[in-house]
Design a protein around this ligand. Sequence first.
Ligand code: GAL
Length: 682
Amino acid sequence: MALKILNEQMLHGGDYNPDQWLDRPDVLQKDIEYMKQTRVNAVSLGIFAWSALEPEEGRYELDWMQKIIDSLYQNGIYTVLATPSGARPVWMGVNHPEVLRVGPDLVRNSMGVRHNHCYTSPYYRQKVWDIDKLLSQRFGQHPGVILWHISNEYSGACYCPLCIAEFRRWLKKKYGTIQRLNAAWWTAFWSHTYNDFEEIDPPLDRGEHYINGLTLDWKRFVSDRTHDFMAWEKQAIRAGGSTVPVTTNFMGFYRGLNYFQFKDVTDIVSWDNYPLWHTPEGNEPMAIDVSMTHDYMRSILDKPFLMMESSPGPTNWQPVCNQKRPGVLEMTSLHAVAHGSNSVQYFQWRASRGCHEKFHASVVGHDGTNQTRMFHEVEQVGKRLAGLSRICHTSVRARTAIIFDRENFWALDGIAGNLNPEEGKSGADARHYYDLVKDNYAAFWHMGIGVDIVDSVTDLSKYSLVIAPMLYLERPGVVENLRRFTENGGTLVGTYLSGISDENDLCFECFGPNGLQDVFGLESRELDCLYPSQHNFTEYAGRRYELSDMCDVVKVSTAEVMAVYGSDYYQGYPVLTRHPFGKGCAYYLSSRPEPQFFFDFYNTLADKIGLSRALGHASIPAGVSATVRENEEEAFLFVINYNETAAEITPEKPLRNLETGETETVITLPPYAVKIFECDVR
Ligand code: GAL
């Protein structure tokens, strides 16, 4: 039943904290009235409600929650029920300090804030198990409960003795013997050979942090621990008898966890989206960022996801807490839907009167009325979402994938060398890993071509084009994955700084890209790094493009050279090559060209491969996107104008507007407008 509801209606609602208002029946009653007015049909309940649920150790009070869930349900509002593990009650932190985190300085935190809990502490695990199971027993069969919201934005790490012991056990399981670990981490360097697993500490502020293998394994361990904790919470829910699907709210490109690892414990992916609109650069760069993040989140399970949080107005934590201009809430909400979200949820329904988030936007503010602009705009979003149920059955069906791999990111983040120092940036950011992925992505965004963002071990067989930017670290199976894909007819695009290290960040004993030299028909011989102000250049298809960051000097064996460096000692060496391999073809890009290159290159390639575009070859103005959600039977085209000025598109053929029923020969888009059309299934 819960699944049916999730599949058949767009959810509209947000984080609801009635536990802060239990002595105010008038407020709780108003909440219901206003929720109905804004067509809210699902709220996330109890996310940080542990003190209200267990005010003293072992004394549970669940009746208030029962009343709330019942009352919501009677009024047509479903509950997304949270487990409260994201923050613990004071009595627990004070009486059982082992639940509190220890930092990389080896100092234990005091009771306070949230996400301040150890994932290993047996006591914390037991308490979480008990309360999750209890919630499941009591509410898990309630017809109003449609989804479990496990914890909240899992993040961070703990360095307490229990976690360190667990890390050593994890390493022992992975390597078996200390000799194997020493070999994998190359510990003879600086004389850091370990004699026993008990000697190993995580990377610490005042300790070891130059063994790349150690740093990488610690990050994997933290991700594993968190995954294990989520699995534990899910198990507790199942032990309590509830079969309702589970989710946990992810944070997009959050760097601390490998979200692809959570596939098996997550029934529906959800994430919290806080874009910053109205920056001096205009809205387009942010629109591209957020689109890519939606696509990344959707690609984890390759099905529609939920936007679990978004702000109806200014947040209280971003650098500039600006207002969303009129119409932007609707635009940013439907933007998520366009990329596969089946919900628009807000943080938060009602503003708290005190504490850290009291100035964070909310649907109902401190005035407690339904008279604000924000409230009316939420009302408008609710109205539109109510008419979009048909879209729930569709998703983005991309034939292009760009690989963004979290383990690769971690490795790039930890190495020294191959850097382009830029003020304020270090690690993977200074190497511009994300930026390179985004440059590639942006080209497709501008063309209206759907893209999945996948990790390097994802099955690639359904794609026609796979782009693997800066794939420095080759996880086991990656070489085979890329070879198979290309051999079977796929088009692969690789770049500089690829195929250099194995899963332990040990360099391969060959010219790179390891295992793929014959796929690309070349070998990488030297890598030059440029200062941010330095550039090389190339000419391709009659145009000149600047090159930045890194210049890979490659030696071609069988590849065809399509563009070469224009200056420096490697002038004339390849910048772009093409090489047929099996039934497919592999391109290699030796440097980082300016964004226009990606657009021009992929524009030609897309036609060659036959990738379909949301608006065919109609020209899409700057700051406007076109995406398609579809299934076997029907397809919906979303056209979004992120600009503060109007835009216009002349489609190749007239399109029927899904919401007005009218046929449009010219699509006129007022500022921030989102239009949805019926279109042909691809
Ligand atoms: C999220 C968090 C919410 C709230 C929100 C404020 O990261 O999950 O609980 O703090 O930020 O924007």
